[in-house]
Design a binder for this molecule. Sequence first.
Ligand code: PRP
Ligand code: URA
Length: 209
Amino acid sequence: MSKVYVFEHPLIQHKVAMIRDKNTTTKDFRQLVKEIAMLMTFESTRDLALEEVEIETPICKTTVKQLQGLDVAIVPILRAGLGMVDGVLEIMPNAKVGHVGLYRDPETHEPVEYYCKMPEDIDKRKIYVVDPMLATGGSAVAAIDFVKARGGKNITFMCLIAAPEGIEELQKKHPDVDIYIAAKDEKLNENAYIVPGLGDAGDRIFGTK
Ligand code: PRP
Ligand code: URA
């Protein structure tokens, strides 16, 4: 079974509180989503492997610790996942970016696919699938199905707010995929929106409603 990590860092929690507020403007919302994604990436990379190398400071030779090479791909679920990409890239600027286009059918709440483009060497990369919201889990499961169908193996899912129903579904369908979240909410409502949540993440990032 996969692991679920909830990032309790006070800066992350403070910023999540701000994006929940319905009076937060589109400009601030977008900036905060980027900042939370950056902080979550920082927290999630605590275990990266280091190696010792010898360098010369202006004073003498010394041994320092550097990151061992790690090839990363970020895969945002369109559209709202796009809001997290720049934040992740701030911490991992060499990452490549693949895209999966999905939206939830407003009647059935089932994901509908419309786009998929991955880096060619996706099978060799550590992959972060990102989306601000994990509600029923349908979109995350379908996106990860896509990524696996193209050879992706080492996959983590990172989102800002998750419902218990979505976590359960994702763990059931993809037990190999660890889940990083900033907040675990109470439940879904009758329209499959997360309660208390933050509303429609895509609309709030792009100002479409
Ligand atoms: C939202 C969100 C997730 C999905 C989560 O996208 O960004 O992708 O819903 O819901 P689920 O877990 O029930 O699948 P939406 O379908 O609103 O599309 P958008 O990003 O284009 O706004
Ligand atoms: N998608 C969103 O953007 N918000 C929700 O609460 C659920 C799905």
